[in-house]
Design a protein around this ligand. Structure first.
Ligand code: ZN
Length: 178
């Protein structure tokens, strides 16, 4: 139990983490608060974490839950009866619900380390993560080869370094999309 029960404010965490570039471990010592709690506050305030090592995610492999979701998403748009059945089960838990958002497919997956405040992640990221068997790093993005943002067939997806990806789109003189 922490002796210091004060909750860090959003501006305080932004100052430490984003401006002073302190690590979660360093902030944890300053605030006398467990690293996991600091991480939870960063997520709560929607402050993007820098790398997986810091969040304790590095080297962790996909859980059964992730694999289950992937077996649903991998099949693409035409889902088999079996997949639809799995989807129904998942929906009862709220997991695996899909919707279109800004042209991208997103999937409800609150336990994913990169899920947003409301529990959504981008489906194409998840599909790539399951393909490579690890979480994406902060400097990696998943590109849609044919430019169609909701075409999440694995063969349409390419894992790229963020800088390479930016260059590619600049060369094509396109508006930046994934
Ligand atoms: Zn792209």
């Amino acid at each position: 139990m922490s002796r210091n029960m004060r909750q860090p404010s959003e501006s305080e965490l932004k100052q430490y983490y984003l401006i002073e570039k302190m690590t979660i471990s360093e902030i944890s010592k300053i605030l006398n608060m467990a690293q996991g709690k600091i991480y939870n506050f960063l997520k709560k305030y929607d402050i993007p974490t820098r790398n997986h090592r810091e969040t304790g995610m590095k080297g962790k492999h996909l859980t059964e839950e992730h694999k289950k979701i992937i077996s649903m998403t991998h099949k693409g748009k035409k889902w088999s009866e079996e997949t639809l059945e799995k989807q129904k089960i998942a929906q009862n838990k709220g997991i695996g619900r899909k919707e279109l958002h800004n042209g991208y497919v997103r999937i409800y997956f609150p336990s994913h380390p990169k899920s947003d405040k409301r529990g959504w992640i981008l489906e194409h990221d998840l599909i790539m993560e399951c393909n490579i068997g690890r979480w994406l790093n902060k400097d990696e993005v998943v590109h849609h080869k044919n430019g169609i943002k909701d075409d999440n067939r694995l063969e349409n997806l390419e894992l790229m370094k963020r800088s390479e990806h930016t260059k590619l789109h600049m060369k094509k003189k396109e508006v930046m999309t994934y």
